[in-house]
Design a binder for this molecule. Sequence first.
Ligand SMILES: C[S@@+](CC[C@H](N)C(=O)[O-])C[C@H]1O[C@@H](n2cnc3c(N)ncnc32)[C@H](O)[C@@H]1O
Length: 307
Amino acid sequence: MRNNPSSSSPRALSSSPQALSSSPRKRGSRKLSIVNILNQFSQALTSSQTPLLDCEILLAFAIKASRTYLYTRPEQTLTPEQQEAFLQAFEQRQQGKPIAYIVGHKEFWSLDLLVNSHVLIPRPETELLVEIALNLLPKDQSLEIADLGTGSGAIALAIAKERPQANIKATDYSKEALHIAEQNAERLKIKNVQFVYSNWCNELKGSFNLIVSNPPYIAEQDPHLSTGDVQFEPKDALITGPTGLEAITHLIDQCRKHLRTKGYLLFEHGYNQAHEVQTILQRYGYKDIERFQDLANNERVTIGRLE
Ligand SMILES: C[S@@+](CC[C@H](N)C(=O)[O-])C[C@H]1O[C@@H](n2cnc3c(N)ncnc32)[C@H](O)[C@@H]1O
């Protein structure tokens, strides 16, 4: 059970997270150890479902160490700079800011990706789409692939890393997102992705064996938009119109011009959109439509191909 910080002893209260973070004078006044911070601040982090994990990540970030290090040196005290860095990160998290935006990184498909508030935070469930794409792509062929709405570059870079012979074009309509994606490619030394500023397929040149996309698919009145991490994510990465199917329908239509014979269109969608997505694919002449479930048994990815 959590301790209520307000019922702690006066001595404990003087070093409580609230006291430390509310008064700048007090902020640097007492040296805290790693174990102190984890115990006290995890109890105070009421805005999170995973307070201890969050505090571990924020503390590791503030002292520029790994999470494992925290448990090998629990008695180590923080320097004033480290303490200040932790408090600033903690305050942002207490206000609901996603951990990935605070620390500026997110792991996806074992790639360490830079992220900021201009890009969607890559989701673990999107790894399903990468897995399906890789199953379609033989290792030894130089296939042409497009990733539409690349954001941080997550999908394009994961595929590019696994299939170095493939040529990948990755588009986005956000220059800020493309900037992050380009930085990620550079940091990861991935050279087989070319980034293109484009409104979906408008500036896309060529034809492709496989087009992948995780487009915005949330309906504009969806109540989830005002909860959790998504409140902080770019609206253009999430919302597409009143039904949530607008971008998907547009892509299904436009991609026909860019798919080679027997080329695949593979995309992620909402857990409750699989049936409608299948109907739209059929309406636009796609065949061999298959729906895939994520680990929670939700149908989140659908594929179709042109004959
Ligand atoms: C759901 S996010 C996916 C980001 C990334 N692919 C991922 O899976 O983490 C959708 C992306 O589509 C981009 N986008 C939205 N409208 C677009 C458009 N008209 N043309 C191209 N990209 C667009 C957004 O900027 C955003 O990066």
